[in-house]
Design a binder for this molecule. Structure first.
Ligand SMILES: [Fe+2]
Length: 256
């Protein structure tokens, strides 16, 4: 089973005033979708939030058009730049766990992906409510012997990126870790938000954070403040999940 992980497309409707973003963010998102659509035998694309930049209706219209080019099933969740209601309207056909969040379960073959909506209104950091953690606990209790992945925008662990470390999952963090540590097998967490690729241990689970098509933060591990942005090659990750429990992670560097 092959699952691609991408994040932080930051679709903008006004490329003439991109701010910190690349001006060609939409073109790069379209090129990424084209690359994903031609990569052989992908089963799923997981998109971990910040799908648009300013939560405008015009941006979600562009996002819908971009994703219409994807010939692979996808799951998508909100980041701190998203509008929950507009994103839900874009993908209304999912079995959402509640009316006010986009938490849901995707399960096929060797994988189940538990999608968590960590968007907290008007905050950069993310939150998981007790109700969400309760739903997660119930979902994890369902018998499943293969690969469990958790998709969420905000990483639950600080990656040593200066002030940005304060903007991770700031509520529900310890409870999430405790729930996952009680599972018989380690889970894999797929995150975005940091605009920098890294891998981390979270209890007995593993965290993979994705890059962004819109901009990257520089690797500045001792920076006391926000790291500068930097032009580095974009890559996305493909998780190859085996029936024997094997899990191989590859990085692909498409020409965007
Ligand atoms: Fe982002």
């Amino acid at each position: 089973m092959r699952i691609a992980h991408i994040s932080d497309l930051h679709i903008i409707a006004t490329p003439d005033a991109p701010g910190i973003l690349r001006a060609d963010t939409v073109a790069r998102a379209r090129a990424l979708v084209a690359d994903l659509s031609t990569f052989p035998d992908l089963d799923l694309v997981v998109i971990t939030g910040d799908n648009v930049n300013d939560a405008r209706a015009a941006e979600y219209a562009v996002l819908a058009d971009v994703l219409a080019g994807l010939r692979v099933p996808y799951i998508i969740l909100p980041g701190n730049h998203d509008d929950r209601a507009q994103l839900r309207a874009l993908v209304p056909d999912r079995a959402y766990a509640s009316a006010d969040r986009l938490d849901h379960l995707w399960q096929q073959g060797l994988a189940r992906v538990i999608v968590l909506d960590t968007l907290a209104e008007d905050e950069i950091g993310g939150r998981l409510s007790p109700a969400q953690l309760g739903w997660l606990a119930e979902t994890l209790e369902q018998t499943f012997d293969d690969h469990t992945l958790i998709a969420l925008h905000h990483p639950p662990c600080a990656p040593a990126m200066g002030r940005l470390d304060g903007n991770i999952l700031i509520e529900g963090n310890a409870a999430l870790r405790a729930l996952l540590d009680r599972q018989p097998k380690p889970a894999t967490l797929l995150c975005g938000h940091m605009h920098r690729p890294f891998t981390a241990r979270f209890g007995k689970s593993t965290v993979h954070a994705a890059t962004s098509t819109a901009f990257q933060f520089a690797l500045a591990l001792s920076a006391p403040d926000e790291p500068p942005t930097v032009a580095e090659p974009f890559h996305y990750t493909i998780h190859v999940l085996g029936a024997d429990g094997s899990h191989v992670t590859h990085n692909r560097f498409p020409t965007l």
